[in-house]
Design a protein around this ligand. Structure first.
Ligand code: WT7
Length: 635
């Protein structure tokens, strides 16, 4: 069976087969990939233990599938096109042949620096091709990459490096984003004060910002590459990996505690990202795919890098931001490289929509054939604008629902095949068995219903564990509802059986398509010397989807309140990163708590939303008067 589905009828048939005979179905899909040794068993699972294994005892290397197997036919095609932050600077095009050579070189460089199979490597880099190359080089030699988004603070990096016990870090002197020069190496230096076990830091030259290089620990990427050249660029053989060997760790926020390291493994992740890329985007040979996500997030991992390369696509990587030098930047890039598929987030669409039609003038977008959306619910207005102004009503839009934990797209139209409806992620992909459950864990059958979204059967891209703490994986995802994976999302299934994701039902906020745990933000705010207690909730935000609203009880300091507000923002920036800064901070004298001391977040959410009338039952509150004060002071 070939990988690609070509019609909606075929989708219906394939879907049925995938549910009736999942193992036979995935075995046939997996046959489209290159395995050094085939599996003994397709699937082995027990959701009650959070255990899933795909393609047991098979051997493969994902980079052979991403690169080597394309060399004969696509060796001279661009694998990566790179557009720099500054449009005046030269762009780069890297063919599959060149990518092969570079990944091999960097793989050898890592080995020269003592990196072995199974070692964890932290990557904290700007959006330059060397980031994708570093990721692939780790995969080539069997090292486990842990990419940390360049916007996270030193403290967040230290937490992640400690959790995964990374002994090697790859970074750059700095990175450019719009008008900003982000001092990446300096941030790493600050993080490493808490990580004395890090023995090597490899630093790429990008921004030429001054950095301190520590003797014995730090070295320049370019010098290390030179050493590989002097060795005569030996071919770095692709390490034979077991299907269930760990490929990478990616940290993501939840409703409690520190971010968890979501672990994906080699075989299943490869099959799932390759399969979903081909089908959701209906990728045709030669098309240019532009995913605007940073590689620091799962979208960048699964579609900018792995999914696209697995299918021999040309993937476009952009270093900068959508609104610099002006709000026409995405459209300039589409025009310049004749982009065929654009995959971006609703927050970017809404923000660019706000600039009106002017940034679109004179931009040729006629190369576009398919559009994608990811990361948060897309509102109808943004969907329509995307459809009309960008797709000129001739490009299907795929609203793709998935999560860091799912590895790849789960519910989505197949571009041009599945009839779409604005705001709907539509139907599950083959192999995906979604269900809605009520508070008691009972499955809600039929159409025209809503509930909590669960998945009742494994798929190859499913999370395998949370790094170093399997029990946390089990309790977070597999214990809320018996024998089901719980997504944390609320969802509606309409009369046609179409799915519409309505948003998180747990204490997680989705800011500009990025997940932030309320508890995490509260912990950061509470670090401020004059904060006694805080409670954080999300509220609807025109551009970001959700904004962060913090209610804060201050101590007795005489420090000016406006300064304190600013200092709290600074504290959050230092502890987590600028992405977690509250949009609004309201100082209160108390929080609405029940007699057992639990904060009634429902009330805080309503006030943050601007609702002051129907706050529901407040009779169980310890001090109902506090609600009046909160309402009166609402921002
Ligand atoms: C959460 C996952 C998946 C890559 C980017 C985010 C929300 C994601 C959609 C969509 C409505 C969506 C969900 C999900 N989400 N895609 N198409 N429609 N909501 O990955 O950081 O792991 O966040 O993003 O709430 O649970 P993530």
């Amino acid at each position: 069976m070939s990988l690609r589905i070509h019609s909606f009828e075929e989708y219906t048939q394939v879907y049925k087969k995938s549910v009736d005979q999942p193992e036979a179905f995935w075995a046939e899909i997996a046959d489209n990939f290159l395995w050094q040794k085939k599996w003994d068993q397709v699937l082995d699972w027990d959701f009650r233990k959070a255990d899933t294994k795909w393609f047991s005892n098979a051997k493969l290397n994902i980079t052979e599938n991403c690169i080597d197997r394309h060399l004969e036919k696509l060796g001279h095609q661009s694998a990566i096109i790179w557009e720099p932050n500054d449009p005046e600077q030269h762009h780069r095009k890297i063919t599959y042949k060149e990518l092969h050579a570079k990944v091999s070189q960097v793989g050898t460089m890592l080995k020269n620096n003592g990196v072995k199979k199974g070692d964890r490597v932290c990557i904290y880099m700007p959006m330059v091709p060397e980031l994708a190359i570093a990721v692939l080089a780790c995969a080539r030699i069997g090292a486990i990459h842990s990419v940390v988004f360049g916007g996270f603070s030193a403290q967040s990096i230290a937490d992640r490096i400690q959790d995964a016990q990374c002994e090697v870090v790859i970074t750059a002197d700095g990175g450019f984003r719009g008008t900003k020069d982000v001092p990446l190496k300096n941030v790493i230096d600050e993080a490493l004060v808490q990580c004395p076990f890090v023995r090597r830091v490899i630093v790429l030259t990008r921004s030429r910002t001054p950095v301190s290089m520590i003797k014995g620990r730090d070295c320049w990427w370019e010098d290390e590459i030179k050493k590989v050249e002097i060795m005569g660029n030996p071919e770095c053989v692709a390490e034979p990996m077991d299907s269930e060997d760990e490929l990478f760790i990616l940290y993501t926020s939840g409703s409690t505690g520190k971010p968890k390291g979501v672990v994906h493994t080699c075989g299943g992740y490869m099959v799932y990202t390759g399969y979903t890329f081909a089908n959701v985007f209906q990728y045709e040979p030669g098309e240019v795919f532009f995913c605007t996500a940073d590689i620091g997030w799962i979208t960048g991992h699964s579609y900018l890098v792995y999914g696209a390369l697995l299918q021999g696509a040309t993937t476009l990587m952009f270093e900068g931001v959508p609104n610099w030098p002006d709000a026409g930047r995405f459209w300039d890039i589409v025009d310049k490289y004749k982009v065929n598929i654009l995959y971006t987030a609703p927050t970017a669409i809404r923000s660019l929509m706000g600039f009106g039609d002017e940034p679109l003038e004179g931009k040729d977008l006629s190369s576009l054939t398919k559009l994608g959306s990811v990361g948060e619910p897309i509102n109808e207005e943004a969907w329509n604008w995307y459809n009309e102004k960008i797709g000129k009503r001739k490009c299907p839009i795929v609203d793709t629902w998935w999560q860091t934990e799912t590895g790849g797209i789960m519910i989505s139209p197949l571009a041009g095949l599945t009839p779409t409806k604005p705001g709907y992620a539509t139907l599950p992909l083959p192999g995906i068995q979604p269900c809605l459950v009520d508070e008691n864990g009972n499955e809600i059958e039929g159409n025209g219903v809503s509930g909590n979204l669960c998945i009742k059967f494994p798929w190859p891209g499913i999370i395998r564990t949370t790094y170093g703490d399997h029990e946390r994986c089990r309790t977070t995802y597999f214990s809320t509802y018996d024998n089901k994976y719980f997504t944390g999302d609320g969802c509606l299934r309409d009369e046609d059986g179409y799915y519409r994701i309505t948003g998180r039902v747990d204490d997680v906020i989705n800011v500009s398509g990025h997940r932030i745990g309320t508890a995490e933000v509260e912990n950061a705010i509470n670090m401020h010397a004059d904060v006694i207690e805080s409670a954080v909730v999300g509220y609807p935000h025109n551009i970001k989807g959700q904004g962060i609203y913090a209610y804060v009880i201050l101590g007795s300091s005489l420090h000016d309140h406006d300064l304190t507000r600013r200092d709290i923002l600074q504290t959050v920036t230092r502890i987590i990163g600028a992405i977690a800064k509250p949009d609004k901070i309201q100082f209160v004298s108390g929080l609405p708590k029940t007699r057992s001391g639990k904060i009634m977040r429902r009330i805080l959410r309503k006030v943050a939303e601007g609702e002051t009338e129907n706050l529901g039952d407040t009779s169980t509150l310890l001090d109902p008067a506090v609600v009046d004060e909160i309402k009166a002071g609402a921002l």
